[in-house]
Write a new protein. Structure first.
Length: 255
């Protein structure tokens, strides 16, 4: 492992950011559309390190942060703000202190050019695809998230343990499918977004505590997010779904 990647791991791990992999810009850029290429964001970048979390470690670190910073949870995006503070304060500072140039990109910030985090995670080996519509990990299952990417001016190509991971075609249990109350998951079609989204908005209490299909996945059940974290993410996803539902899916009343 490169010394730079190990530096990122050491700085990120105490805050629950326990998934790290890296890929060369050339390999990533050749796999994505032009609009998502790293070279368009930072022409000097030669590799990308992606940082994510698996299991409840990030949430526990976030809870400790909230105890030290009363009022933080009332922010518009408290967990995202915590992630940015950790990456900028601990990870980026360590890299720059070692004389490295880096550019940070976050998946939850939509202003300006960004990366295809799903494709980056697959190439960098921290996640694989699933029929659930979320990425999955060999250990943590669907209980992962991508929190940031670091463009670096040195070549590092060191994928994580999920490189080539594609479990759903070989799964025989598929307990995620009957777990969905509206049948929005199938082997043939994967995640039926309109069906899922409509049910989420119209029958809000049903999926408010958790996504039943995600909780039904056989991978990594022991790493399932704590109940309060599940409710937090479900609340935020529902908030994002409502405008789309109102515009595109809500039945119109015709006289």
């Amino acid at each position: 492992m490169s010394a730079t990647l190990e530096m990122i791991r050491r700085a990120a791990a105490p805050h629950g950011l326990n998934l790290v992999g890296a890929v060369s810009v050339a390999r990533y850029d050749s796999a994505v559309k032009e609009v998502s290429r790293a070279g368009a964001i930072d022409p000097a970048a030669r590799s990308i390190a992606i940082v994510g979390n698996g299991g409840g470690a990030l949430w526990r670190a976030f809870q400790r942060h909230l105890e030290r910073h009363p009022g933080w949870f009332q922010r518009e995006n408290p967990l995202d703000d915590f992630t940015r503070e950790v990456i900028e304060r601990d990870v980026a500072t360590a890299l720059r202190g070692a004389g490295l140039r880096c550019t940070i990109i976050y998946p939850f910030m939509s202003s300006g050019p960004t990366l295809n985090f799903i494709e980056l995670a697959k190439i960098a080996g921290i996640a694989g695809p699933s029929i659930l519509g979320v990425a999955v990990h060999p250990v943590y299952g669907p209980w992962i998230a991508f929190r940031g990417a670091i463009l670096l001016n040195e070549v590092i190509d060191s994928p994580g343990e999920a490189a080539g991971f594609d479990p759903c075609p070989r799964c025989t249990v598929r307990s995620c499918i009957p777990a969905c109350p509206v049948g929005a998951i199938s082997v043939a079609a994967g995640w039926d977004i309109p069906e899922c989204l409509t049910h989420r908005v119209e029958v809000e209490p049903d999926c408010a505590p958790r996504c039943h299909a995600r909780a039904g996945c056989v991978l990594g059940p022991e790493h399932r997010y704590p109940d309060d974290e599940l409710a937090y993410h479900q609340m935020r996803s529902l908030r994002a779904m409502r405008p789309y539902y109102e515009t595109h899916l809500k039945p119109s009343c015709k006289v």
